[in-house]
Design a protein around this ligand. Sequence first.
Ligand SMILES: *Cc1c(COP(=O)(O)O)cnc(C)c1O
Length: 381
Amino acid sequence: MVGYTNGVLYTMRTWTVTKRLAAKKREMKRLVRSFLGYPSNAQFEYSALFDFLRYPINNVGDPYDDSSYLLGTREFEQEVLAFFAQLYKIPESNFWGYVTNGGTEGNMHGLFLARELYPDSVLYFSADSHYSITKIARVLRMEAVVVPATSEGTMDLQQLAVLLRDRQGRTPIFSLNIGTTMKGGIDSIDAVLAVLHTHGVRDYYIHCDAALYGMLLPFLEGAPVVDFTKPIDSVAISGHKFIGSPVPCGVSLTKKEYVERITRPIEYIETLDTTISGSRNAFSPMVLWYAIQKRGYDGFKKEANTCIAHARYLHDRLVGIGYSACLNDFSNTVLFEKPPAAIRERWQLATQNDRSHVVVMQHVTKKVIDRFVRDLQKCVR
Ligand SMILES: *Cc1c(COP(=O)(O)O)cnc(C)c1O
């Protein structure tokens, strides 16, 4: 164990270090076999990138502006962003984005831009939103209005209409959920626009929190369209969720004209300050780039559809053994009554209000689902 002796930190012997690492590796190998409760894809292979861990790489500052810090992966980051820009149909002439540390940073960046554009605004989001949104509202000191959510986990639009009416004259900023964390609820952009239209609201800002579903919906036939052909302003997507990554990451996508408003030139790094983090992970763009090269649009499409099919399979198996389970359309998140504690622990299930969920990611195969259901059956409720 690491500890303090006489106030001095002592280091372990080499063989102890080796043993500790080996034990941790065994633990991870065991835990990943029952990793059902979180929206992280565990099926990936990035060993071709190991050597990049040998260098002090850093994409400090703006991804499109060179820095005097040369050990970076900006060109790879730009290619990753170009993939997302195409997927989200943002014209290249007005596109801006960067690789973030995850969904939260993307949400913060989007809402920061919104607040800078509309200082006298009110932030609306549904009660089922990710906890990061409330935190960001506090950090940015935005007036936050929590709109009640429907049982499917989407924003209640009648309530929204009432809340908007009470705050007429203030520009509304929306953080819409493109797949809530717990239920996979998808807020309808069109329906929100209709409410705005009815109330004669012309200025507004729509941020889409698409942490997981931002890499599912574009690949599903008939799914709601979420892209910049609609009047949306920013999108945050996690990289470690659907794509999968050993380090958390994500992308923030928006319009160039918005970013110009927050840009500050910084002499020390000889680049522009446009991002939330200063120093930025230069390894994660390599991970995303490699995933895009190896799996590509067609690979992602196949995976997304398999996840949805497996989620239906899990849903039907649960109902088959007498569990009440729900699954939204275009969702890979199966919600069901909370199973016994032993099961929740063994399968790392996230639980809220007496209900647990399984997020059916790429590594949650039929075989894994069958093992899980057998385990549930064995356990008396
Ligand atoms: C996971 C998630 C986030 C936060 O993403 P991080 O990458 O963990 O920061 C935000 N919103 C939703 C809907 C999420 O599911």
